[in-house]
Design a protein around this ligand. Sequence first.
Ligand code: GAL
Length: 553
Amino acid sequence: MKKITFGNPELFVPSKYCSGFCCEETEVAYPIHRITFRTNARGCVLEFPLGEEQIYGFGLQLNGFNQKNKELFLRVNADPTKNTGDSHAPVPFFVTTRGYGIYFDTARNMEVQCGVETALEKENVMTVQILNAKGIDIYIIEGTDITDIVAQYNRLSGSGCEVPEWGLGVLYRCNWHYPQDRVLETAAYFRNAKIPCSILGLEPGWHTHNYPCSYEWNKEMFPDPDGMVKKLKEMEFHLNLWEHAYISEDSPVYEAMKPYSGNYRVLGGLVADLASEEGADIISEYHKKTFTDIGIDGFKLDECDNTNIVDYGWRMFPNCSQFPSGLDGEQYHNLFGVLYMKTILKALDGKPTLSQVRSAGALCASYAFVLYSDLYEHKDFIRGIVNSGFSGILWSPELRHAKSKMELLRRLQTVVFSVQCLINGWYCDEVPWKQFNCESEVRALLQEREKQIPRLMKAFERYKETGIPPVRALVMDYTDDPETYEIDNEYLFGADLLVAPMTEEEEMRKVYLPAGEWVDYWTGEIVPPGWHEAQTDNIPVYQCKNTAKSPIT
Ligand code: GAL
């Protein structure tokens, strides 16, 4: 890995906020002399020579996969519906099939052309325009395959996160309007019906005010939070609380946070400046004293992802905002999710968690948070699983409602074979399978999830030790196999499984098995490498019997 500085890099960059940041430099074979740099009125531009390489990454791209010849505008956005670069979690890092990847240490929005021809030399290049910055540090990372490159990128930020076993169990989020008794009834339902579940989540209704947030228990709905948490613990449940960082005037932290907030309101609340140490400390200390000390060990950090395409009738803080820490709105959008995770992890004070967040960015592999979305396209959710592994982030293809039993089961199959087994019933009156009479199928699938926990634990241990992500696109491990270049609907799960989820529209799907000894995970039958047609009500899963691969350098 080699760090190269161009121009005058900015002060507020992701590495500044990453406590585990650690760069061990070596010489690289990459032709550094062929990179060009210039500044212009819009910021600065870098140009990189391009050959035959395929290009992946740039964060949680739900609508695109191989980005070769694509044009992306990387910015945080809650409603990415096309492959434009908009994302809950844009990450200024890409990897290629030609043995290198490049990380750009910036909190700015970035315009990337992954293939454009120069006028005179007629060379194919990648252009990267970093808006509003007059310089940048880039990190060129080389490796034997994409998995190796990504593992090094993850180690740059302190490596992969540690998760508790229970964090990998089923997480059920209760209806927003459930009072305390109903939450306890839901807990009892799971135990009585013998349906695995290890975490319950509360949605906005637990606050006295939720848009903006008060972070105070609504005592009409939850008369005895301590007692409820205690009862849930006795039943072996963990509890996760929903919130966002727009602070209501009724909140106990409102006055203290006034000097540590941006200069525009969102949803009528203050926007907490979590880049200011003092501001972050107020929030984390309050959370520790009020929540984590009574036994809460998970949070869902919502709405930190710059909703500005769909008009919900409320606006986010603009890019021209100013924050007391010195950041402007554009930088804060790019760092918001990352700083929010960091603040809440401080409140947890070393307690293990696997929490949720709706925005992330560069250098956050070591944070035990999983991304989610308000969008709900099953195919895009599967692509999210496949893509997240390129960028040091984790993604959950959550199940909410379904129009048919088939859709419910297909979505649940995907959820079971993802890093966080999340059923989000925030607007469902009852558990979403009630209406389809398929409790036994749901039970069986969630029991299968329980069986996957040891495999996932091992995968997370490896993530922490080496930076190799638990879930990976085929092209990551099999970078030499061109057949994998466009496969955005199959992925490697842990060390030895290949998962090829089916959507509710599909009666049959094509599955590609790369070179290796494969068996059908469900039947144990040998399946030769190559393309196959899968036709099953179950989810196609294959197990690799020769997992000698160890791409650690
Ligand atoms: C959305 C979030 C949902 C749910 C809802 C509650 O922003 O994506 O999962 O929490 O808020 O208002």
